[in-house]
Design a protein around this ligand. Structure first.
Ligand code: ADP
Length: 274
């Protein structure tokens, strides 16, 4: 099984990604598409007069401040515009795609952080009234029903809190948790960079292989949201996923190239790239 997490960047080659996913599906490969939508959410939030705000946790990881209005906008973009864009693209190629949020059928659940401790301008603050959380549970029943009947599920945040609330969670962590649950052979993250860059944004500084037991050492190499992908990769590899790949979602045949050893950052138990 392959879990493909597609980022929310606007310059991704979505038609090429959909072509590759269709081919995998036709080859009877079990595939789960998880997608994000950060860039479009920022755009829509700004257009609606509620511009995005980001907060940095005490450990230095940044996340979207999700007040109730932001949660509504988040749902419009992730569950609406982008989820249905992927469904339409796959349906146009003959794949019977079904788009779901993590809340539907309780596919994904997590713990709401109703108080988040952040650093702002060097000072500590506690934010309340926030709908973010950490995903921790996969309930496979609905996805299994879909796969058993040859549907193609497309999943996106938000997920459901253990108290039945919608919560914004990190899509990269959600993809990692699903890959672990299904013991996927490969977890592929496609975004608008060639992979993990040792000297971001220099695209020639691509790190092409990281042994599984060294991935944690690379969290510091990543900045901003890339940190989350490296943390997701490390978590997945520690819990039975064989290979995690970061590859360029802007290229031609992005999924096919990544799965057949094209350019990207490969993380697995091999000592070097084969
Ligand atoms: P997506 O929404 O596609 O999942 P993210 O925005 O979450 O992608 O993360 C990818 C982004 O991380 C890149 O577009 C880049 O701006 C940033 N980044 C920070 N540090 C690095 C790094 N060392 N290598 C690659 N990308 C990095």
């Amino acid at each position: 099984m392959v879990v493909v997490k597609v980022g929310g960047g606007k310059d991704l080659n979505a038609p090429a990604i959909a072509d590759d996913l269709t081919n995998l599906h036709l080859q009877q490969e079990k595939v789960l598409l998880v997608h994000g939508g950060a860039e479009y959410t920022n755009e829509v939030a700004t257009a609606l007069g509620h511009p995005p705000q980001f907060v940095t946790s005490e450990s230095g990881v940044s996340s979207r401040r999700t007040d109730r209005r932001t949660l509504e906008i988040f749902c419009m973009v992730y569950c609406g515009r982008l989820n249905k864009m992927w469904v339409e693209m796959l349906q146009a190629r003959g794949v019977n795609a079904v788009g779901l949020s993590g809340m539907d059928g309780r596919i994904l659940q997590g713990r709401r952080k109703d108080r988040i401790r952040v650093r702002q301008n060097g000072r500590r603050r506690v934010l309340r009234d926030d709908w973010t959380g950490a995903v921790d549970t996969v309930n496979p029943l609905l996805l299994d029903l879909l796969w058993d009947n040859d549907f193609f599920p497309v999943v996106t945040p938000p997920v459901l809190s253990h108290n039945g609330e919608a919560i914004n969670v990190d899509g990269d962590a959600a993809a990692a948790l699903l890959a672990i649950h299904y013991q996927a052979c490969t977890l592929l993250y496609l975004s608008n960079v060639p992979g993990l860059l040792s000297n971001f944004p220099d695209e020639d500084s691509l790190i092409d292989h990281i042994p599984a037991d060294e991935v944690d050492d690379y969290v510091e190499v990543a900045a901003g949201r890339m940190k989350r992908k490296v943390m997701g990769a490390s978590h997945a590899l520690r819990h039975g996923v064989k290979t995690v790949i970061f590859a360029d979602g802007r290229s031609e045949s992005p999924v096919y190239r990544a799965l057949t050893g094209g350019a990207g950052t490969y993380m697995d138990t091999a000592r070097r790239r084969v």
